[in-house]
Design a protein around this ligand. Structure first.
Ligand code: HEC
Length: 504
């Protein structure tokens, strides 16, 4: 490679390189990484593995950037994702690259596996390279599954609920496994923190270790040479990894980045409303899990376990041990009719289920699945909590008392209007008096609400009125929309209060 027309290497550079090499042995590493001999020379078709590495690195980089603005709590997760999309410079792009990048990774992984299968690259002596590859597939799917929940929108919530239900059907350990992963009997804050830890620490760590083993095994046995070449020709055409293959890989990585970038430009990441456990939602899983959902539909009731565990488990087990099941030593696909047709059936079966469920735009009616039904819905909050007190207050009371409870604006017209944020006023009131006043009103201005509102609504309003003092401790009431300390965290006063009645 050091051709004579290249810049002459100066004495100093040689000395520096020699010094660094004596300390770090970097030349050995360089040699090992770049000069691996490729029998048969560089090939475009051999780039899938490198492309996968590239997408994985991209997922790490975009993932780290996403964590900088993400908060794994049920209250903040959704809003932090919205914040990333709307407020963080280029946040939308990072999120799209990460979201669609995971799809790219799944597609490349499948292409890589199909290719390895067709080339017979799992055969002796590469059985373990294949096995670690299948484990990598499993880890990637787990990463996709755990990542899906993190935005905590309705879509994520219900799809994950179905997913956890499926995990719960694993014989013997299913229930405990689900509780462990979920952090309790229901999806909640602990689910989010656990999924987050799995998604950003445990699974990527496992993936890196497995990948290291996969690559180590790959390097021990080298690239599988094309089956159509004779050993002599392979030897003749042998080429080192650098520069031929490295440039091909690099070019394809760049191309992939361009395609992904273009795709991301036109396709926002879908985001439904914030997850609401009390509101059913017909979830749709990520497209790469769609076939599993489709499969579930064929097995209802007590046969469900066939779709949730037996078939997928069998499939995975066969994949895992395939190199030991397939004893045919031939490499050419033409001389392996059984293996190749089995693969075709699997690939087209999966694609068929996939296309069918996308075409018929199947959603998973969550409630009809027994994997979901066998757990009771989380208990709804009590009647007081279900009433949207802040909204009630702003439609019925804020016209006079104002959203901040001071009533200052109308005090000249209604001199007796109380200041709810005033501690002395609060101290002078009994709860019964407040309730009584809301029910019966007080002429001439304070209207009675006893016939207009329900008992829980009136009780909630009384609590709400009490809260004006507690929230601040001073004369300043909470700002509209930020009644964060009330038990009614979901409520928000409607925009402008209705026009006050003219005082006469
Ligand atoms: C049309 C204006 C108006 C509306 C609407 C209104 N109030 Fe009042 N409210 C008043 C006035 C004026 C007073 C003072 C009455 C007095 O002491 O004579 C008052 C008094 C009160 C008091 C204190 C009563 C006392 O004994 O000191 C409470 C509590 C109260 N309002 C709650 C509410 C609630 C809750 C709502 C909404 C459901 C509401 N008000 C809607 C005008 C209004």
């Amino acid at each position: 490679m050091n051709s004579p027309e290249q810049k002459p290497v100066t004495q100093e550079r040689l000395k520096l390189a020699g010094f660094l090499d004596s300390r770090t042995k970097f030349r050995m590493l360089q040699h090992h990484l770049l000069l691996e001999p490729l029998p048969g020379g560089s090939r475009w078709a051999a780039a899938f593995g490198s492309l996968l590495m590239f997408t994985f690195v991209m997922q790490i980089v975009t993932g780290i950037l996403l964590t900088m603005n993400y908060a794994p709590t049920v209250h903040a997760a959704f809003l932090s994702v919205v914040f990333t999309r709307k407020q963080v410079p280029l946040g939308w792009l990072i999120q799209r690259l990460h979201y669609w990048g995971s799809s790219a990774m799944v597609i490349l992984l499948l292409l890589h596996m199909v290719q390895v299968f067709l080339w017979g690259a799992y055969k002796k002596p590469r059985e373990f390279t294949w096995i670690f590859g299948v484990i990598l597939l499993g880890i990637t799917m787990a990463l996709a599954f755990t990542g899906y929940l993190l935005p905590w929108d309705e879509q994520a919530y219900w799809a994950s609920k179905v997913g956890m239900g499926i995990i719960g059907t694993v014989p013997l350990i299913g229930g405990s496994l689900r509780t462990l992963l979920q952090g309790g009997p229901h999806l909640g804050n602990l689910t989010l923190t656990r999924f987050y830890t799995m998604h950003i620490l445990i699974l990527p760590g496992l993936l890196i270790i497995t990948l290291a083993v996969h690559l180590y095994l790959f390097r021990i046995h080298g690239v599988t040479p094309p089956w159509w070449e004779t050993p002599e020709r392979l030897k003749l055409q042998e080429e080192p990894f650098w520069p031929g293959q490295a440039l091909k890989d690099g070019f394809l990585a760049l191309l992939l980045l361009c395609i992904l970038g273009l795709w991301c430009w036109f396709h926002p990441v879908p985001l439904a409303g914030m997850a609401d456990p009390a509101k059913a939602y017909n979830a749709r899983p990520a497209w790469y899990f769609m076939f599993l959902f489709e499969l579930l539909k064929f097995f209802q009731g007590k046969y469900e376990i066939i779709g949730t565990f037996i078939l997928p488990g069998l499939f995975f087990a066969i994949m895992l041990f395939w190199p030991f099941l397939d004893r045919n030593p031939a490499m050419s696909p033409r001389r392996r009719p059984f293996a190749v047709s089995l693969m075709a059936v699997c690939v087209f079966g999966l694609l068929g289920l996939e296309v069918f469920s996308i075409e018929t735009s199947q959603v998973m009616p969550v409630r009809s699945l027994s994997v979901i039904r066998n757990l009771p819905m989380p208990a709804a909050a009590g009647p007081l909590q279900q009433v949207r007190a802040a909204a009630l207050f702003s439609t019925n009371c804020a016209a006079c008392h104002e959203v901040n409870g001071t009533g200052d604006a109308l005090r000249t017209a209604m001199p007796k209007i109380p200041n709810f944020t005033d501690a002395t006023w609060q101290a002078a009131q009994t709860n019964a008096a407040i309730l009584h006043r809301i029910v019966h009103g007080k002429p001439p201005y304070m209207p009675p609400f006893g016939s207009k509102l329900t008992a829980p609504q009136i009780q909630a309003l009384a609590v709400y009125v009490r809260h004006f003092s507690k929230a601040t401790g001073t004369a300043k009431a909470p700002a509209p929309g930020r009644h964060a300390a009330t038990p009614f965290s979901k409520t928000r006063p409607a925009g402008a209060p209705p026009k006050p009645r003219p005082a006469h």
